[in-house]
Ligand binder design. Structure first.
Ligand SMILES: [Fe+2]
Ligand SMILES: [Fe+2]
Length: 323
């Protein structure tokens, strides 16, 4: 069995059901009798929770090591994190038949808002001129078009894997010790979020079978083909409201809409090596999810086509067509 620890470290395994394999799950009692994931996730994530007052070394701040350019990127990250608000509204709306997942949203929403808050707290203490204004935060709250819940789940799972690596890299790039620690801390939260979403993906496969597998494989192929798209593939960079196009990505509603690509390309230098960590992380988790080895996005795409053929042979028309 592939090691999840290689991808996410201890943070991911905190919420990962490492002791249960898919075949064991299949032998277990029916899905209807399975307990909700929310109580377990609540317990596990509470154990890993950090304290904003005592776990961030505020007293170690070194003003000589924070540049204007770095402070501006912290502001943009703080606003982007605030977009968990409309994302939560979307998740709750699109998962009204799933109270377990909706309850988990209370944890996810709290932790994402805390990310925004800790970045703003840093600016408030050390660069008050850079603290986002309420209007700037509110600008990223806009309705997302309804979307298939399974695809959205997978999209956010991949988004958390990507953000884990973006923040790890940001922690390296920053020179000021307090903000380095903050990015390292929130990166670990993002890894845990990926682990939690992964558990809901496993549960969805147990509940709805091939349809869920196909949704996850489809989005997995897209998200693992990042080299082919010219844009950073993250939920905050996707168009989500056709009536507001083209101002319907979170990034397009930031005070500096061009910031994300500049941050990746010329500031934190998220190069091919880092990008490969994201892609291999997604493929490793897909390999675990499907009990199959995917070395490249082409392998995963081949599997996606097999699923479509399998559904066609079984007489059910896939909702998700081959691209
Ligand atoms: Fe976050
Ligand atoms: Fe997250």
């Amino acid at each position: 069995m592939r090691s999840k620890k290689m991808v996410f470290g201890a943070q991911f395994s905190d919420v990962f059901p490492t002791s249960i394999t898919r075949s064991e799950m299949a032998m277990n009692s029916s899905v209807a009798n399975q307990p909700m994931l929310y109580p377990d996730l609540f317990r596990d994530l509470e154990k890993s929770r950090w304290n904003m007052a005592s776990d961030i070394p505020w007293d170690s701040f070194d003003p000589a090591k924070l540049t204007d350019e770095q402070a501006a990127t912290i502001k943009m990250n703080a606003i982007t994190e605030w977009s968990a608000l409309p994302a939560t509204e979307m998740f709750l709306r699109d998962n009204q038949d799933d109270s377990d997942f909706s309850a988990f949203m209370s944890i996810w929403f709290y932790e994402e808002q805390k990310h925004s808050l800790v970045l703003m707290e840093y600016l408030k203490r050390f660069r008050p001129d850079m603290v986002p204004k309420e209007e700037e935060l509110h600008a990223v709250r806009f309705p997302f078009d309804p979307a298939p819940a399974l695809e959205t789940l997978m999209l956010h799972f991949c988004g958390e894997i990507r953000l884990t690596q973006w923040y790890r890299r940001a922690s390296e790039w920053h020179t000021e010790p307090v903000i380095k620690k903050i990015y390292d801390t929130i990166s670990k939260d993002e890894a845990r979020h990926a682990g939690a979403y992964f558990r809901y993906m496993k549960r969805a496969i147990d509940k709805v079978g091939t349809e869920a597998q196909l949704a996850f494989a489809k989005i997995g192929v897209l998200m693992a083909s990042s080299g082919k798209s010219g844009k950073p593939l993250h939920p905050t960079n996707l168009h989500v409201n056709s009536s507001l196009f083209p101002n319907d990505t979170v990034q397009s509603r930031l005070p500096d809409p061009e910031w994300l690509e500049r941050w990746l390309d010329t500031q934190i230098n998220f190069d091919k090596v880092w990008e490969n960590r994201v892609v291999s992380g997604i493929l490793k988790q897909m390999s675990s999810l499907f009990d199959r080895s995917f070395e490249t996005s082409t392998d995963l795409n081949r599997f996606r086509k097999e699923l479509i053929a399998r559904m066609a042979a079984a007489g059910s028309k896939p909702q998700i067509q081959a691209a």
